[in-house]
Structure formats: structure tokens, C-alpha cells
Design a protein. Structure first.
Length: 340
């Protein structure tokens, strides 16, 4: 089969489409014929040699995929059959013609959704869902500040905050991106390049601040985040685009607000023992998302959730897709179409 590949860490020019061995499903795994995958910041970091896949995961890029069931490994429960249209949360391997997936990490694709649209859901939407519900415990009426609001995770989070009857506030770097977040349902949006977002957030919330911050930026934002975080607020760090170094009295500021700081990485979850009574974290997450959120992607639901696809690149143009993300050109997800 063909897959996105690089022989040594470096820039996008190192990427190419390589013929590799087709995987075989193991115990409790499903073989998926991939029609589309999508790009994530983790793929860029892995290509640079800064984010290796977890032990036992495929070293092929790709944390999500959409396609059809092509085979079943021993011990599968029977919930999937060959030909089923599915999308998958992966630890790696999605940017290839075939990938093996634990059966509990698969979700059905809504009937009126294409593979290209479905590929934009698993990593971004499950990340946003776990940040808000498994970690942040978002409540109705709470205010949630979402950094990188026009990213895949950001646009998913805006819609999920609305679904939870809470109030999404965002930051983004261009007027075009702010307009996209408003269309997705953001109650307010601020250009972090042109204004002090913490001052604007306090102004919007009449001085009370936000209850939850979803932060993929890290170090450079810590003071502004704490300025606009409410008493007893939750600050959730899930990325470090500006690095992790902090200069200043972070703990004293955090303590003065009785605030909590949480960190989260979805890719490295699991490897603990599981059973039918005690499924692994990702399986619990996928099950909760499938039950509580997935129905809202179907036509006729209110509110209706929608993944936003920024652009589609064929697998052989994977290098150009990486360049587009590195230059922050995308609003929503960059999708990779896999050759038949």
C-alpha cells in the first residue's frame, strides 16, 4: 500500500508517498480501507522529530481517518461488518491506504456525510469534547475562552460549547478567522495580534472573566490567561505552540484565584489493561462522543454540528499540505485524500 512517509526528520520537503507493507488486524482490531485522513499539528511535530508515536503505534503519520471496513481481526465483538462506513481515532497510521484500528476507536459516519467531511472529525472533535467534558466539566452558562479559535479543535470547541449551552469566546490572528469563528457560533472574538485579549475578555464578561480556558499556545499567554480567568476557573493546556517556558510567579497568581491548571494529550492515552466493564480511556471517550454528540451531525438536528474542511490535498501532495498548516493558512481542517 502507499503511505505518507519521511526517511529523516526535517522540513516538508522530506515527505513523499512510499510503498509499504499493508497492516494486518490483530486481536480486537479492524482493518479500514482509508478514503481520507486529515492533518494535525502532531503530524508536523512528528515530521520534525519532536513528537514520536507512542510505543507500539504506527510510525506512519495520521491521527484520524475515514473509510470503510475491509477486514476483521480475531476476537472482534461483531459490532462492525465489512463495508461499513467508519471514521477512526488513531495513534498513527491514518495517512495510508489501510490502517488497523481497535474496534472501540471506530465511529459510524453519518449517512449524509462524505468521507472527506468525516475525516475532519475524529482528532479535533474528540480532543475538544474531552477537554470540555472529561477534563473541564463545562456547565450550562459558563464562559469558555478558546485560543486558536479557527483551528480544527477551535471550531469544534465553539460548537460543542454552544451544544452544552455555555458561552464560547475566541482568539484568532486575522479578521477572516474571527469571522469564521463568529459563523460557527462564537459569542465574541478578539485578534490577539492587534489587541490585549485579556482586557477584551474582561470587558466582555463585565470584569468576571472566563470559567474555562482551552489553551494550545502555552508559555507566552500565561499572564494574560490568568488576568482573565475567573475565581475557581479551570485553565486547560493541550499544546505549547509558543513553548513551555514561564517567567514569573505563576503559582502565586494561580493560588490567588483558587484556579486549577490541567494538561492533556490525547494521542498518548491508553495501554492500560481494559475489559468490557472497564474500557480504556479512548474507548470511553469515543463511546460518549458517539452517544452524546454524533447524532447532532445529521440533517434535521438542532443545533446541527458541522466539521469545517479548509482544503483537500491528494496524498502525493502531502508536503504542500504541511506547508499550508505551518504557515497558518487554514481555517478548519486540512484533509488528505487517499488514492484508491
Amino acid at each position: 500500500m502507499f503511505a505518507a512517509y519521511f526517511d529523516c526528520p526535517g522540513g516538508p520537503e522530506n515527505l513523499y508517498m512510499k510503498e509499504v507493507m499493508k497492516p494486518q488486524p490483530g486481536e480486537g482490531e479492524v482493518l479500514v480501507k482509508v478514503s481520507a485522513s486529515a492533518l494535525n499539528r502532531a503530524d508536523l511535530l512528528q515530521r520534525r522529530g519532536k513528537y514520536p508515536p507512542p510505543k507500539g503505534a504506527s510510525d506512519i503519520l495520521g491521527l484520524e481517518a475515514a473509510g470503510s471496513v475491509a477486514g476483521l481481526g480475531p476476537g472482534c465483538s461483531g459490532r462492525w461488518k465489512v463495508g461499513d462506513a467508519v471514521m477512526a481515532l488513531l495513534s498513527g497510521g491514518g495517512q495510508a491506504q489501510y490502517v488497523t484500528v481497535p474496534e472501540g476507536h471506530l465511529m459510524p459516519i453519518p449517512k449524509d456525510m462524505t468521507f472527506l467531511q468525516a475525516a475532519a472529525i475524529p482528532e479535533a472533535w474528540l480532543t475538544a469534547f474531552q477537554l470540555l467534558h472529561f477534563i473541564g466539566k463545562v456547565q450550562e452558562g459558563e464562559r469558555v475562552l478558546i485560543h486558536a479559535g479557527a483551528s480544527g479543535v477551535g471550531l469544534a470547541a465553539i460548537q460543542l460549547v454552544r451544544l452544552a449551552k455555555a458561552i464560547p469566546i475566541v482568539t484568532a490572528g486575522t479578521q477572516e478567522k474571527l469571522e469564521a469563528t463568529a459563523k460557527a457560533g462564537a459569542a465574541a472574538g478578539f485578534n490577539y495580534k492587534k489587541e490585549d485579549f485579556s482586557e477584551k475578555v474582561l470587558e466582555f464578561t463585565q470584569g468576571s472573566g472566563v470559567d474555562i480556558i482551552l489553551d494550545c499556545v502555552g508559555g507566552s499567554y500565561w499572564e494574560k490567561n490568568l488576568n482573565c480567568l475567573s475565581t475557581d476557573g479551570r485553565w486547560i493546556v493541550y499544546g505549547l505552540l509558543s513553548g513551555g517556558e514561564v517567567h514569573g510567579d505563576l503559582l502565586a497568581r494561580l493560588l490567588s484565584k483558587r484556579a486549577s491548571i490541567h494538561t492533556s494529550l490525547l494521542r498518548s492515552r491508553d495501554k492500560e489493561a481494559s475489559s468490557a466493564l472497564f474500557p480504556q480511556y479512548k474507548e470511553r471517550l469515543v463511546r460518549a462522543f458517539t452517544e452524546d454528540v454524533l447524532p447532532h451531525f445529521s440533517e434535521g438536528t438542532t443545533p446541527r454540528l458541522q466539521p469545517l474542511v479548509d482544503s483537500v490535498y491528494p496524498l502525493h501532495a502531502i508536503a504542500e499540505a504541511h506547508r499550508a498548516m505551518e504557515e497558518n493558512r487554514n481555517i478548519g481542517k486540512i484533509v488528505i485524500e487517499i488514492p484508491v
